[in-house]
Design a binder for this molecule. Structure first.
Ligand code: SAH
Length: 390
């Protein structure tokens, strides 16, 4: 099962012992035993001390990803144990929903594997060749631990190419319906499995939706920009607000409409491009007490940080005139490359250019079923600023 050994350069073992799971190419002194890509290797410090077992891929920017810091068998029982622990954490920390992220890759000790649970179904994403090759071990463990009715794989991300994997979508077990009904905080949603974004639903925003529902007042006007299937808008509508959701995807708006009906809530919906819609709505003189800006991650690479910054500036700059005096704004970024301080700076600049006082009242992150392991900064990606305009 173990195909070889990777020896690190002197000093590089520290970060591994401190729980950072990725080894860069330049940190490797030598590779013994010609392991195949996606195979398992033992990881050694330069002085010969065993650090753990890693997944190897010579093609990746990170040729070794740590699976365990113990010298243990990597078998079905290993995966069952990790899955049971992940499940135990969710059962303790995730409440009032039958949909949550069960496995968040490295942050749950399973590098390259995402598992989202939607009622009795699972939707998985496999991001690395190593996890793909380990499928015969983790898939039975997943079936055993969760006893789902069906498991769908939705592995369409661009980053698979670098791993030597092509996109794949298909059932891994049982049958999965095209739409899975879920209930989050008492609201009903349908999760589109075949063509939905991500694995179908933005589970990572759950706690932020709940926070919005706690803060919004009956009668307030709420704009949910980038609303996807309407989740934020519907939480606000249930709290008594008058809501409008805007998204560029007609399929998402169609589903948002259906969600409003299913939950017997009133809402207005519009298919539009945010960057065009915001300035036009300002010209029409529209005003809102709340604006939610939850744009997609338009950039994945470090070099694209400037375009992320520019897009965020533009959104806030065009949203501010739509915000009533003392209006609140929730600005989110799910782009890892846009860190919190860059976000704060960018939003400040937009407020400055509008000469509008803007108060930062709170900061929040992805929901706890997407754990942020502090030693692994890459596991923090969603940041939200809770703002109030003067
Ligand atoms: N807030 C949503 C998730 C938003 S994901 C939720 O909680 O469910 C980002 C959304 O932005 C996607 O639905 C995507 O269709 C939409 N989108 C992408 N580019 C857009 C644009 N230029 N204008 C409006 N919507 C856009």
């Amino acid at each position: 099962m173990i195909e070889g050994a990777v020896w690190l350069k002197a000093g590089r073992e520290k970060k591994i012992r401190h729980l950072y799971p990725w080894v860069q190419r330049g940190e490797i002194a030598r590779v013994d035993g010609s392991p195949t890509d996606g195979g398992l290797v033992r990881l050694f410090a330069h002085d010969g001390v065993l650090l753990g077992i890693a997944i190897y891929n010579s093609r990746s920017r990170f040729p070794a990803r740590v699976l365990t810091l113990q010298d243990e068998a990597i078998d079905e029982a290993f995966f069952a144990q990790r899955l049971e622990y992940a499940l135990h954490l969710r059962q303790r920390f995730v409440t009032d929903t039958n949909a949550y992220r069960l496995v968040f890759s490295e942050a749950d000790g399973l590098p390259g594997l995402i598992v989202d649970r939607y009622a009795n179904y699972l939707v998985v994403q496999v991001r690395t060749l190593g996890m793909e090759r380990l499928k015969p071990l983790w898939l039975p463990a997943l079936i055993e631990t969760l006893a789902p009715e069906g498991i769908l794989e939705r592995s369409e991300m661009e980053s698979r190419r670098e791993e030597g994997l092509s996109p794949f979508t298909g059932a891994l077990y049982g049958q999965v319906p095209e739409q899975i009904p879920i209930i989050e905080s008492g609201l009903q949603f349908l999760v589109p499995t075949a063509d939905g974004l991500k694995t179908g639903f933005y589970l990572d925003q759950r706690e932020n939706r709940r926070q919005l529902a706690r803060l919004v007042q009956p009668g307030e006007r709420v704009l949910d920009m980038f609303c996807y299937t309407g989740a934020f808008a519907l939480y606000a509508a249930r709290a008594g607000a008058s809501v409008k959701g805007v998204d560029i995807l007609p399929e998402a708006i169609a589903l948002a409409r259906q969600h409003a009906e299913m939950n017997q809530l009133q809402a207005e919906w519009e298919v539009a491009n945010a960057f065009e819609w915001l300035p036009v709505a300002a010209e029409r003189g529209e005003g809102y007490d709340w604006i939610i800006l939850d744009p997609p991650a338009i950039a994945k690479r470090r070099e694209e940080r400037e375009s992320l910054r520019w897009a965020l500036w533009k959104l806030v700059y065009h949203a501010l005139p739509l915000l009533n005096p003392n209006g609140r704004m929730l600005v989110c970024s799910c782009a890892y490359q846009m860190d919190l301080s860059l976000m704060v700076d960018t939003v400040r600049l937009a407020a400055h250019d509008r000469r509008r006082a803007l108060y930062l009242e709170d900061v929040s992150f992805q929901s706890p079923d997407h754990p942020f392991l502090m030693q692994f900064p890459e596991s923090l990606y969603l940041k939200c600023l809770w703002l109030r305009a003067g």
